[in-house]
Design a protein around this ligand. Structure first.
Ligand code: HXC
Ligand code: NAP
Length: 292
Protein backbone atom coordinates (compact mmCIF):
# COMPACT_ATOMS: atom_id res chain seq x y z
CA UNK A 1 0.00 0.00 0.00
CA UNK A 2 2.89 2.35 0.68
CA UNK A 3 6.12 3.66 -0.84
CA UNK A 4 8.99 1.44 0.35
CA UNK A 5 10.94 4.25 2.05
CA UNK A 6 7.87 5.90 3.60
CA UNK A 7 9.20 5.68 7.17
CA UNK A 8 12.94 5.83 6.44
CA UNK A 9 14.74 7.84 9.13
CA UNK A 10 11.85 7.52 11.61
CA UNK A 11 12.49 6.10 15.07
CA UNK A 12 9.45 4.54 16.70
CA UNK A 13 8.92 2.95 20.13
CA UNK A 14 6.29 0.18 20.27
CA UNK A 15 5.35 -1.08 23.73
CA UNK A 16 4.46 -4.77 23.73
CA UNK A 17 6.08 -4.94 20.28
CA UNK A 18 7.29 -8.54 20.65
CA UNK A 19 3.91 -10.20 20.14
CA UNK A 20 0.51 -9.90 18.47
CA UNK A 21 -0.60 -6.55 17.10
CA UNK A 22 2.54 -4.83 18.45
CA UNK A 23 4.74 -7.20 16.50
CA UNK A 24 2.66 -6.70 13.35
CA UNK A 25 3.03 -2.91 13.59
CA UNK A 26 6.76 -3.32 14.21
CA UNK A 27 7.05 -5.49 11.08
CA UNK A 28 5.22 -2.89 8.98
CA UNK A 29 7.23 0.06 10.33
CA UNK A 30 10.58 -1.73 9.83
CA UNK A 31 9.63 -2.92 6.34
CA UNK A 32 9.11 0.73 5.37
CA UNK A 33 12.50 1.77 6.72
CA UNK A 34 11.85 2.81 10.34
CA UNK A 35 14.13 1.90 13.22
CA UNK A 36 11.88 0.43 15.89
CA UNK A 37 12.39 -0.05 19.62
CA UNK A 38 10.18 -2.74 21.17
CA UNK A 39 9.64 -3.47 24.84
CA UNK A 40 7.94 -6.08 27.00
CA UNK A 41 8.66 -8.18 30.05
CA UNK A 42 9.64 -11.39 28.22
CA UNK A 43 13.11 -11.03 26.75
CA UNK A 44 12.82 -14.20 24.66
CA UNK A 45 9.72 -12.90 22.82
CA UNK A 46 11.43 -9.60 22.08
CA UNK A 47 14.62 -11.20 20.81
CA UNK A 48 12.72 -13.69 18.66
CA UNK A 49 10.69 -10.90 17.03
CA UNK A 50 13.71 -8.62 16.52
CA UNK A 51 15.87 -11.39 15.03
CA UNK A 52 13.16 -12.46 12.59
CA UNK A 53 12.31 -8.92 11.47
CA UNK A 54 15.96 -7.82 11.22
CA UNK A 55 16.71 -10.79 8.98
CA UNK A 56 14.26 -9.36 6.41
CA UNK A 57 16.11 -6.07 5.91
CA UNK A 58 14.59 -2.59 6.12
CA UNK A 59 14.90 -0.66 9.39
CA UNK A 60 16.46 -2.15 12.51
CA UNK A 61 14.51 -3.46 15.50
CA UNK A 62 16.06 -2.91 18.96
CA UNK A 63 14.79 -4.48 22.18
CA UNK A 64 14.36 -3.25 25.74
CA UNK A 65 13.11 -5.45 28.59
CA UNK A 66 10.65 -3.25 30.46
CA UNK A 67 7.64 -3.49 32.75
CA UNK A 68 5.69 -0.33 31.97
CA UNK A 69 3.99 -0.47 35.40
CA UNK A 70 7.29 0.77 36.89
CA UNK A 71 7.61 4.53 36.22
CA UNK A 72 11.33 4.72 37.11
CA UNK A 73 12.14 1.82 34.80
CA UNK A 74 10.06 3.47 32.04
CA UNK A 75 12.00 6.70 32.41
CA UNK A 76 15.36 4.89 32.35
CA UNK A 77 14.48 2.96 29.20
CA UNK A 78 13.12 6.03 27.40
CA UNK A 79 16.29 7.91 28.42
CA UNK A 80 18.44 5.11 26.99
CA UNK A 81 16.54 5.26 23.69
CA UNK A 82 16.82 9.05 23.40
CA UNK A 83 20.55 8.75 24.18
CA UNK A 84 20.82 6.97 20.81
CA UNK A 85 18.73 9.63 19.08
CA UNK A 86 15.30 11.23 19.45
CA UNK A 87 12.19 9.18 18.85
CA UNK A 88 9.65 10.34 16.25
CA UNK A 89 6.82 8.03 17.24
CA UNK A 90 5.40 6.14 20.20
CA UNK A 91 2.86 3.32 19.95
CA UNK A 92 1.14 2.54 23.25
CA UNK A 93 0.22 -1.07 22.54
CA UNK A 94 1.11 -3.01 25.71
CA UNK A 95 -1.95 -4.16 27.66
CA UNK A 96 -3.36 -6.82 29.92
CA UNK A 97 -6.87 -8.21 30.01
CA UNK A 98 -9.04 -11.18 31.02
CA UNK A 99 -12.76 -11.85 31.06
CA UNK A 100 -14.43 -12.07 34.44
CA UNK A 101 -17.77 -11.19 35.99
CA UNK A 102 -17.12 -7.82 37.61
CA UNK A 103 -18.64 -8.96 40.92
CA UNK A 104 -15.89 -11.62 41.15
CA UNK A 105 -12.98 -9.20 40.68
CA UNK A 106 -10.75 -8.39 43.63
CA UNK A 107 -9.10 -4.99 43.85
CA UNK A 108 -5.85 -6.71 42.89
CA UNK A 109 -7.56 -8.13 39.81
CA UNK A 110 -8.67 -4.62 38.82
CA UNK A 111 -5.17 -3.25 39.48
CA UNK A 112 -3.55 -6.01 37.41
CA UNK A 113 -5.21 -4.49 34.32
CA UNK A 114 -5.32 -0.82 35.30
CA UNK A 115 -1.63 -0.95 36.32
CA UNK A 116 -0.61 -1.78 32.75
CA UNK A 117 -3.23 -0.04 30.64
CA UNK A 118 -4.15 3.07 32.63
CA UNK A 119 -0.96 3.83 34.60
CA UNK A 120 1.65 2.24 32.31
CA UNK A 121 0.35 3.99 29.19
CA UNK A 122 0.55 7.34 30.95
CA UNK A 123 4.08 6.70 32.28
CA UNK A 124 5.40 5.94 28.79
CA UNK A 125 3.54 8.79 27.09
CA UNK A 126 4.76 11.25 29.72
CA UNK A 127 8.39 10.06 29.55
CA UNK A 128 8.48 10.37 25.76
CA UNK A 129 6.34 13.52 25.44
CA UNK A 130 8.28 15.63 27.91
CA UNK A 131 11.53 14.81 26.12
CA UNK A 132 9.99 15.91 22.83
CA UNK A 133 8.84 19.16 24.40
CA UNK A 134 12.22 19.82 26.08
CA UNK A 135 14.07 19.22 22.81
CA UNK A 136 11.58 21.04 20.59
CA UNK A 137 11.19 17.80 18.61
CA UNK A 138 7.83 17.01 17.05
CA UNK A 139 6.36 13.55 17.51
CA UNK A 140 3.38 11.27 17.12
CA UNK A 141 1.67 9.15 19.78
CA UNK A 142 -0.59 6.33 18.66
CA UNK A 143 -2.42 4.29 21.30
CA UNK A 144 -4.20 0.99 20.73
CA UNK A 145 -7.53 0.98 22.53
CA UNK A 146 -10.74 -0.92 21.64
CA UNK A 147 -14.21 -0.04 20.39
CA UNK A 148 -15.32 -0.40 24.02
CA UNK A 149 -14.28 3.22 24.47
CA UNK A 150 -17.60 4.06 22.80
CA UNK A 151 -19.80 1.11 23.74
CA UNK A 152 -18.38 -0.11 27.05
CA UNK A 153 -18.26 -3.88 27.45
CA UNK A 154 -19.48 -6.31 30.08
CA UNK A 155 -17.01 -8.78 31.65
CA UNK A 156 -13.93 -6.68 30.81
CA UNK A 157 -14.70 -3.62 32.92
CA UNK A 158 -11.13 -2.84 34.11
CA UNK A 159 -9.94 -2.90 30.50
CA UNK A 160 -12.88 -0.91 29.14
CA UNK A 161 -12.42 1.72 31.88
CA UNK A 162 -8.67 1.97 31.30
CA UNK A 163 -8.97 2.11 27.52
CA UNK A 164 -11.64 4.80 27.91
CA UNK A 165 -9.12 6.78 29.94
CA UNK A 166 -6.53 6.47 27.15
CA UNK A 167 -9.15 7.77 24.73
CA UNK A 168 -9.59 10.85 26.90
CA UNK A 169 -5.82 11.23 27.37
CA UNK A 170 -5.57 11.27 23.58
CA UNK A 171 -8.05 14.11 23.14
CA UNK A 172 -6.63 16.05 26.09
CA UNK A 173 -3.00 15.81 25.02
CA UNK A 174 -3.83 16.49 21.38
CA UNK A 175 -5.12 19.86 22.57
CA UNK A 176 -2.36 20.49 25.13
CA UNK A 177 0.63 19.32 23.05
CA UNK A 178 -0.45 20.39 19.57
CA UNK A 179 1.53 23.62 19.92
CA UNK A 180 4.70 21.54 20.36
CA UNK A 181 4.05 19.69 17.10
CA UNK A 182 3.00 16.54 18.94
CA UNK A 183 -0.04 14.76 17.61
CA UNK A 184 -1.90 12.11 19.54
CA UNK A 185 -4.29 9.53 18.08
CA UNK A 186 -5.80 6.11 18.78
CA UNK A 187 -6.67 3.01 16.83
CA UNK A 188 -9.65 1.10 18.23
CA UNK A 189 -9.53 -2.45 16.87
CA UNK A 190 -12.36 -4.94 16.91
CA UNK A 191 -11.42 -8.61 17.20
CA UNK A 192 -8.04 -9.58 15.72
CA UNK A 193 -7.10 -13.13 16.76
CA UNK A 194 -3.79 -13.10 18.63
CA UNK A 195 -2.41 -15.69 21.04
CA UNK A 196 -2.27 -13.20 23.92
CA UNK A 197 -5.81 -11.89 23.59
CA UNK A 198 -7.52 -15.17 22.75
CA UNK A 199 -5.93 -17.02 25.71
CA UNK A 200 -7.56 -14.52 28.06
CA UNK A 201 -10.74 -13.52 26.26
CA UNK A 202 -11.70 -16.78 24.62
CA UNK A 203 -10.11 -19.55 26.66
CA UNK A 204 -11.41 -22.49 24.66
CA UNK A 205 -14.77 -21.08 23.65
CA UNK A 206 -14.05 -20.38 19.98
CA UNK A 207 -14.29 -16.57 19.88
CA UNK A 208 -13.84 -15.56 16.28
CA UNK A 209 -15.93 -18.26 14.67
CA UNK A 210 -19.60 -19.29 14.47
CA UNK A 211 -22.02 -17.06 16.30
CA UNK A 212 -19.38 -14.48 17.22
CA UNK A 213 -18.60 -13.42 13.66
CA UNK A 214 -22.36 -13.26 13.08
CA UNK A 215 -22.18 -9.98 14.99
CA UNK A 216 -19.65 -8.47 12.59
CA UNK A 217 -21.24 -6.82 9.54
CA UNK A 218 -18.25 -7.70 7.36
CA UNK A 219 -18.58 -11.31 8.56
CA UNK A 220 -15.02 -11.97 9.70
CA UNK A 221 -12.40 -11.03 12.25
CA UNK A 222 -9.60 -8.59 11.39
CA UNK A 223 -6.43 -9.46 9.51
CA UNK A 224 -3.25 -8.31 11.22
CA UNK A 225 -1.92 -6.61 8.10
CA UNK A 226 -5.04 -4.43 7.92
CA UNK A 227 -4.17 -3.02 11.32
CA UNK A 228 -0.52 -2.63 10.29
CA UNK A 229 -1.56 -0.50 7.30
CA UNK A 230 -3.67 1.83 9.44
CA UNK A 231 -0.86 2.24 11.98
CA UNK A 232 1.59 3.13 9.18
CA UNK A 233 -0.83 5.68 7.75
CA UNK A 234 -1.36 7.38 11.12
CA UNK A 235 2.38 7.35 11.87
CA UNK A 236 3.50 8.69 8.47
CA UNK A 237 4.06 12.35 7.66
CA UNK A 238 1.19 12.36 5.15
CA UNK A 239 -1.34 12.22 7.99
CA UNK A 240 0.19 15.13 9.90
CA UNK A 241 -3.04 17.12 10.20
CA UNK A 242 -4.81 14.30 12.08
CA UNK A 243 -4.76 14.62 15.86
CA UNK A 244 -7.04 13.80 18.77
CA UNK A 245 -8.80 11.10 16.76
CA UNK A 246 -9.72 7.50 17.46
CA UNK A 247 -10.14 5.37 14.35
CA UNK A 248 -12.09 2.12 14.65
CA UNK A 249 -10.95 -0.86 12.58
CA UNK A 250 -13.54 -3.49 13.40
CA UNK A 251 -15.44 -4.64 10.31
CA UNK A 252 -18.37 -2.69 11.76
CA UNK A 253 -18.56 -5.00 14.80
CA UNK A 254 -19.31 -2.09 17.12
CA UNK A 255 -22.48 -1.46 15.08
CA UNK A 256 -23.56 -5.07 14.63
CA UNK A 257 -25.99 -6.29 17.25
CA UNK A 258 -26.57 -2.81 18.61
CA UNK A 259 -29.24 -1.54 16.20
CA UNK A 260 -32.86 -2.47 16.87
CA UNK A 261 -33.22 -4.45 13.66
CA UNK A 262 -29.83 -6.19 13.53
CA UNK A 263 -31.51 -9.60 13.95
CA UNK A 264 -33.44 -9.10 10.70
CA UNK A 265 -30.31 -9.76 8.65
CA UNK A 266 -31.10 -13.45 9.07
CA UNK A 267 -34.35 -13.10 7.07
CA UNK A 268 -34.55 -14.55 3.54
CA UNK A 269 -35.95 -12.77 0.46
CA UNK A 270 -39.11 -14.89 0.93
CA UNK A 271 -39.44 -13.67 4.52
CA UNK A 272 -39.06 -10.09 3.32
CA UNK A 273 -41.75 -10.69 0.68
CA UNK A 274 -44.16 -11.87 3.39
CA UNK A 275 -43.28 -8.94 5.62
CA UNK A 276 -43.91 -6.52 2.77
CA UNK A 277 -47.33 -8.08 2.17
CA UNK A 278 -48.23 -7.85 5.85
CA UNK A 279 -47.21 -4.18 6.02
CA UNK A 280 -49.13 -3.46 2.82
CA UNK A 281 -52.25 -5.16 4.21
CA UNK A 282 -52.02 -3.03 7.37
CA UNK A 283 -51.58 0.14 5.28
CA UNK A 284 -54.52 -0.78 3.04
CA UNK A 285 -56.73 -1.34 6.07
CA UNK A 286 -55.85 2.11 7.45
CA UNK A 287 -56.39 3.73 4.04
CA UNK A 288 -59.83 2.13 3.76
CA UNK A 289 -60.72 3.38 7.24
CA UNK A 290 -59.62 6.94 6.32
CA UNK A 291 -61.84 6.88 3.23
CA UNK A 292 -64.68 5.95 5.57
C1 HXC B 1 -10.56 -12.97 37.96
C2 HXC B 1 -8.26 -12.74 38.03
C3 HXC B 1 -8.13 -13.47 36.82
C4 HXC B 1 -9.33 -13.95 36.21
C5 HXC B 1 -6.15 -12.89 37.48
N1 HXC B 1 -7.01 -12.42 38.39
N2 HXC B 1 -6.81 -13.53 36.51
N3 HXC B 1 -9.46 -12.50 38.59
N4 HXC B 1 -10.52 -13.68 36.82
N5 HXC B 1 -9.31 -14.62 35.04
C6 HXC B 1 -6.70 -11.71 39.64
C7 HXC B 1 -5.94 -12.63 40.59
O1 HXC B 1 -6.83 -13.46 41.32
C8 HXC B 1 -5.22 -11.62 41.46
O2 HXC B 1 -6.03 -11.09 42.46
C9 HXC B 1 -4.90 -10.50 40.51
O3 HXC B 1 -5.78 -10.64 39.37
C10 HXC B 1 -3.49 -10.59 40.00
O4 HXC B 1 -3.29 -11.93 39.59
P1 HXC B 1 -1.93 -12.42 38.95
O5 HXC B 1 -2.01 -13.86 38.66
O6 HXC B 1 -0.78 -11.89 39.76
O7 HXC B 1 -2.06 -11.61 37.61
P2 HXC B 1 -0.99 -11.19 36.67
O8 HXC B 1 0.18 -12.14 36.70
O9 HXC B 1 -0.74 -9.75 36.90
O10 HXC B 1 -1.73 -11.50 35.30
C11 HXC B 1 -2.90 -10.83 34.80
C12 HXC B 1 -2.55 -10.12 33.51
C13 HXC B 1 -1.66 -11.07 32.69
C14 HXC B 1 -1.91 -8.81 33.88
C15 HXC B 1 -3.75 -9.76 32.68
O11 HXC B 1 -2.44 -12.05 32.04
C16 HXC B 1 -0.83 -10.32 31.70
O12 HXC B 1 0.24 -9.85 32.01
N6 HXC B 1 -1.33 -10.20 30.46
C17 HXC B 1 -0.64 -9.46 29.38
C18 HXC B 1 -1.10 -9.88 28.03
C19 HXC B 1 -2.59 -9.76 27.80
O13 HXC B 1 -3.40 -9.77 28.74
N7 HXC B 1 -2.97 -9.67 26.52
C20 HXC B 1 -4.36 -9.53 26.10
C21 HXC B 1 -4.64 -8.18 25.60
S1 HXC B 1 -6.17 -8.20 24.73
P3 HXC B 1 -6.03 -11.68 43.99
O14 HXC B 1 -6.96 -10.78 44.73
O15 HXC B 1 -6.51 -13.10 43.88
O16 HXC B 1 -4.61 -11.61 44.48
C22 HXC B 1 -6.98 -6.76 25.06
C23 HXC B 1 -8.24 -6.31 24.35
C24 HXC B 1 -8.80 -7.22 23.37
O17 HXC B 1 -6.54 -6.02 25.82
C25 HXC B 1 -10.07 -6.70 22.76
C26 HXC B 1 -10.75 -7.76 21.93
C27 HXC B 1 -11.92 -7.27 21.16
P1 NAP C 1 -0.71 -9.54 23.30
O1 NAP C 1 0.05 -10.25 22.23
O2 NAP C 1 -0.94 -10.23 24.59
O3 NAP C 1 -0.02 -8.13 23.53
C1 NAP C 1 0.21 -7.53 24.75
C2 NAP C 1 1.66 -7.11 24.80
O4 NAP C 1 1.84 -6.23 25.89
C3 NAP C 1 2.62 -8.27 25.00
O5 NAP C 1 3.70 -8.17 24.11
C4 NAP C 1 3.10 -8.10 26.43
O6 NAP C 1 4.44 -8.57 26.58
C5 NAP C 1 3.00 -6.60 26.59
N1 NAP C 1 2.84 -6.21 27.98
C6 NAP C 1 1.83 -6.58 28.82
N2 NAP C 1 2.04 -6.08 30.04
C7 NAP C 1 3.19 -5.36 29.96
C8 NAP C 1 3.93 -4.61 30.90
N3 NAP C 1 3.53 -4.51 32.17
N4 NAP C 1 5.06 -4.00 30.50
C9 NAP C 1 5.47 -4.10 29.22
N5 NAP C 1 4.83 -4.80 28.29
C10 NAP C 1 3.69 -5.43 28.66
O7 NAP C 1 -2.17 -9.14 22.77
P2 NAP C 1 -2.64 -8.32 21.46
O8 NAP C 1 -3.93 -8.90 21.07
O9 NAP C 1 -1.55 -8.22 20.48
O10 NAP C 1 -2.94 -6.88 22.08
C11 NAP C 1 -2.18 -5.75 21.71
C12 NAP C 1 -2.98 -4.49 21.93
O11 NAP C 1 -4.13 -4.50 21.10
C13 NAP C 1 -3.49 -4.29 23.34
O12 NAP C 1 -3.48 -2.93 23.68
C14 NAP C 1 -4.91 -4.77 23.25
O13 NAP C 1 -5.73 -4.22 24.24
C15 NAP C 1 -5.27 -4.23 21.88
N6 NAP C 1 -6.42 -4.86 21.25
C16 NAP C 1 -6.35 -6.14 20.82
C17 NAP C 1 -7.45 -6.68 20.19
C18 NAP C 1 -7.45 -8.09 19.65
O14 NAP C 1 -8.49 -8.55 19.19
N7 NAP C 1 -6.32 -8.80 19.66
C19 NAP C 1 -8.61 -5.93 20.03
C20 NAP C 1 -8.64 -4.62 20.51
C21 NAP C 1 -7.53 -4.09 21.11
P3 NAP C 1 4.95 -9.23 27.96
O15 NAP C 1 3.88 -10.12 28.45
O16 NAP C 1 6.20 -9.93 27.54
O17 NAP C 1 5.24 -8.09 28.88
Amino acid sequence: MFREDLLKGKRIFVTGGGTGLGRTMTEHFAALGADVYICGRREAKLTEAADEINARGGGTVHTRVLDIRDPEAVDAVVESIFAEGPLDGLVNNAAGNFISPTKDLSHRGFDAIAGIVFHGTFYVTHAVGRRWIDAGHKGSVLSITTTWVWTGSPFVVPSAMSKGAINIMTKSLAAEWGRYGIRVNCIAPGPFPTEGAWARLSPGSGLGDGDYTDQIPLGRVGRLDELGHLAVYLMADGSEYITGQTVAIDGGSMLGGGGTFWGLQKLSDDDWGKIREMIRAANDKDKAARKG
